[in-house]
Design a protein around this ligand. Structure first.
Ligand code: DAH
Length: 341
């Protein structure tokens, strides 16, 4: 029995010393220390020993058990340490490796141009309004004095939702004038930027969706001189001091008198070139004094109040501001294009 115990001890310690993983360790533990293990089997034979032998063998057996147990413990500890070491190795962060710079997006030139316009008007005390792109024809046309039969109401120009032409994609930001007049207290100073829609084919200067910024002032004693002064300031701030403007008579149903404003061509300075089609001037916006009927329809007394309004095309403004030749580039959103600004 003494030899048996010595053999178990030697074998167990050797096997435990070289154990590779926790499954193998568990297998060894059961094999030597388990209820049906080798050591138990030896201990079961104790009964056969003489009374003298029994205490010495008992002591020896306990010693072997203790040795195997402690070998199991230390093997387990070694495995744990090894596992931790491997994990630490795998999870090492080398702070000296150069980082991967995150790819940042780029602001769209339209957004930049719009922010400039907003800044200029907010600086003059204007409020920025937002409004619906799906609009009632009554706001887009009727309340702006464009009656039934007005050419701009035609189905060939306008995206209607219903057969009786009552709901539409707004074709201009001007309905925001009406919405402001109906909801705001006087005096009013607002701009309202946003998308507008018309049935146009896409080319270098047209798109069925584009952006406008509407502007409106209503106060006591407002005149065309205020309109000109404000728009000249806008143009000088956008395109540089000394940029010249020109006001031409025009017709809009919601203003009287109406005008269009041109800016001197940035390419040729007014001499005439392909960019301005030989004109020396480039059309920028429509404007005018708000028609008394329009004020009246929104419940404002034209004898007490007067106002002016304008509508500027944002694409055109951005194209001039950033020297972009083709409108389509603005909507394609090719990053190589956008990153230039
Ligand atoms: N809504 C006009 C258009 O889309 C632009 C415009 C002209 C707006 C005169 C105005 C204005 O507010 O007074 O062509």
């Amino acid at each position: 029995m003494k030899e048996q115990l010595a053999k178990i001890r030697a074998e167990a310690l050797a096997a435990l010393g070289g154990v590779k993983d926790s499954a193998a360790l568990e297998e060894l533990r059961v094999r030597y220390l388990g209820k049906k293990g080798e050591l138990t089997a030896v201990l079961k034979q104790m009964g056969k020993l003489s009374a003298q032998e029994r205490p010495t063998m008992g002591a020896l057996a306990n010693e072997v058990r203790a040795a195997v147990e402690s070998a199991v413990d230390s093997a387990a500890k070694k495995l744990e340490e090894r596992a931790l070491e491997l994990r630490l190795q795998a999870e090492t962060v080398d702070v000296t490796i150069p980082g991967k710079a995150p790819r940042l997006g780029h602001r769209h030139p339209m957004d930049m141009a719009l922010d400039e316009i907003k800044d200029i008007f907010v600086g003059m005390g204007f409020t920025v309004l937002d409004g619906p792109e799906i609009e009632l024809a009554s706001y887009n046309f009727d309340k702006l004095n464009a009656e039934e039969g007005h050419p701009s109401r035609d189905w060939s120009d306008t995206f209607y939702f219903d057969a009786d032409s009552r709901v539409m994609l707004r074709s201009q930001t001007s309905p925001m004038q009406v919405r402001a007049m109906e909801t705001m207290d006087l005096p009013i100073r607002i701009i309202a930027p946003g998308r507008v829609y018309r049935k146009d084919e896409v080319d270098a200067t047209h798109s069925p969706m584009f952006h406008q910024v509407e502007g409106m002032v209503i106060d006591h004693g407002v005149t065309m001189a205020d309109l000109k002064g404000t728009l000249n300031l806008l143009v000088e701030q956008l395109y540089g001091a000394g940029t010249k403007t020109r006001f031409r008579p025009h017709h809009f149903p919601f203003t009287e008198p109406s005008c269009e404003m041109d800016v001197q061509c940035h390419k040729c300075g007014g001499a005439g070139c392909p960019t301005c089609k030989g004109e020396g001037w480039i059309e920028l916006l429509g404007a005018g004094m708000i028609h008394p009927k329009v004020l009246e329809m929104s419940g404002i007394d034209p004898n007490e109040w007067s106002g002016w309004a304008f509508g500027i095309g944002l694409e055109r403004t951005a194209m001039r501001r950033f020297k972009i030749a083709d409108l389509r580039l603005i909507f394609e959103n090719d990053v190589r294009f956008l990153e230039q600004f």
